[in-house]
Design a binder for this molecule. Structure first.
Ligand SMILES: C[S@@+](CC[C@H](N)C(=O)[O-])C[C@H]1O[C@@H](n2cnc3c(N)ncnc32)[C@H](O)[C@@H]1O
Ligand code: SF4
Length: 374
């Protein structure tokens, strides 16, 4: 019998500078903070060995922050610790995030030696004016070079992140970015609509009228254009913001959307393991003091939360919600249970039910549609 599997997320909370829109748990560190963090992280990895005994890691995602800001040798050191303490499936998908300007030939070599076989690059835009609004310290050429460094080292599965709906971004700007991105030899694109996170410099500048967001109509137009354009060029959407060439969906993210288990290690990392959700502390000092005992917001799932989560996650994807799978998992009747929401959404032509699968027709407004179920 095959061993049960879970995914592993490792958080690296460091960046070279802070982008104007970002509220991820990341900061610009001092060198000694990096060294102490790696020791604490290794301690946490070692302590997780016991509770994952008899199970296998299906995918690994080293994210951040910006893992590529780590000093030479750190990723190899972390991955050696991971291999020593966990049982990885054969051909485990191992992704590492990088910024185009903190990734070079030496890092590509190191990541390949560490077993990383997928790279995720945060480009956001090819346009210097927009990169400046976002406070990004790289240009498009850095991204072209980064892709080449990865390919030279047989890291062939490459994602590029871009952003839509940024102040000063016109549809024409986006068209140019998309054209340049699809011309790169990459396998995956994540296209995120800008989320105006509270208290970030970008959101404050918008509030003060110093920067103006594209209108809702313009933002919808940008999203629809992205979906059509990428499909025409072989990048098929499989989740609201994710597009892949055939066979290159992100295994790690697919596990999230299928409600698979994942263990998050490092500052602020989120986990869903053995029917429990939690996240590690976001307080750097607290994490360093006690990396093996810093869980917060521990929540044991109930049948109701599990049901809601399955609906919410599945409806984000183009695979949709498999009614039979839902019914078998929870020994119930989905169509009966959500009869009134389903009827309302069908009458308004917002969902489709075909061959036992529920799908949202327009994923751009998926949040509002999913809310109808709760
Ligand atoms: C946490 S970052 C990690 C990658 C790397 N640090 C970088 O920025 O290049 C992952 C991606 O999230 C997206 N992101 C972060 N904050 C966002 C926001 N407020 N709205 C939309 N997308 C955001 C960006 O596209 C970014 O590339
Ligand atoms: S580099 Fe990535 S994680 Fe760091 S501040 Fe920018 S968007 Fe956030």
């Amino acid at each position: 019998m095959s061993k049960s599997q879970f995914a592993l997320y490792i958080h690296i909370p460091f960046c070279v500078s802070k982008c104007s829109y970002c509220d991820f748990c990341s900061f610009v560190p001092k060198l000694e903070q990096v060294t102490t963090y790696i020791s604490a992280l290794k301690q946490e990895i070692e302590s997780a060995k016991e509770k994952t005994k008899g199970r296998q890691v299906s995918s690994i995602y080293i994210g951040g922050g910006t893992p590529s800001t780590l000093p030479a040798g750190a990723v190899e050191e972390i991955m050696a610790c991971v291999r020593k303490n966990f049982d990885l499936v054969e051909n485990c998908s191992i992704t590492i995030e990088a910024n185009p300007n903190s990734f070079d030939s030496e890092k590509a070599k190191e990541y390949a030696r560490a077993g990383c076989n997928r790279l995720s690059l945060g480009l956001q835009s090819d346009n210097d004016k927009i990169l400046k609004v976002l406070n990004r310290a790289h240009n498009f050429n850095d991204c072209v070079n980064a892709v080449q460094f990865a390919l030279n080292n047989n890291i062939n599965d490459i994602n590029v992140d871009i952003m839509l709906g940024v102040p000063q971004q016109t549809k024409r700007d986006l068209e140019i970015t998309l054209q340049k991105v699809i011309d790169l030899p990459i396998t995956h694109i994540s296209a995120y609509g800008l989320i105006c996170e509270p208290n970030t410099p970008l959101t404050n500048a918008i509030r003060q009228g110093k920067l103006i967001l594209p209108s809702d109509d313009e933002a919808v137009e940008m999203y629809d254009y992205t979906v059509d354009f990428l499909a025409k060029h072989g990048f098929k959407r499989y989740e609201i913001s994710n597009f892949a060439k055939e066979g290159y969906r992100s295994a790690h993210n697919m596990n999230y959307w299928k409600r698979g288990e994942y263990l998050g290690l490092g500052l602020a990392a989120h986990s869903f393991y053995n029917g429990t959700h939690w996240h590690n502390t976001e307080d750097f000092t607290k994490y360093l003091q006690n990396p093996t005992n810093c869980r917060e917001d521990i929540e044991h799932e109930t049948i109701q939360t599990a049901k809601e989560e399955m609906i919410m996650l599945a409806l984000r994807t183009t695979d949709g919600l498999d009614i039979e799978k839902y019914n078998n998992t929870f020994s119930c009747d989905f169509l009966q249970e959500y009869k009134s929401a389903i009827n309302k959404l069908l009458e308004n032509d917002l969902i489709q039910i075909k061959n036992g699968v529920v799908r949202i027709k327009n994923l751009y407004i998926s949040n509002a549609i999913i809310a109808e179920f709760f």
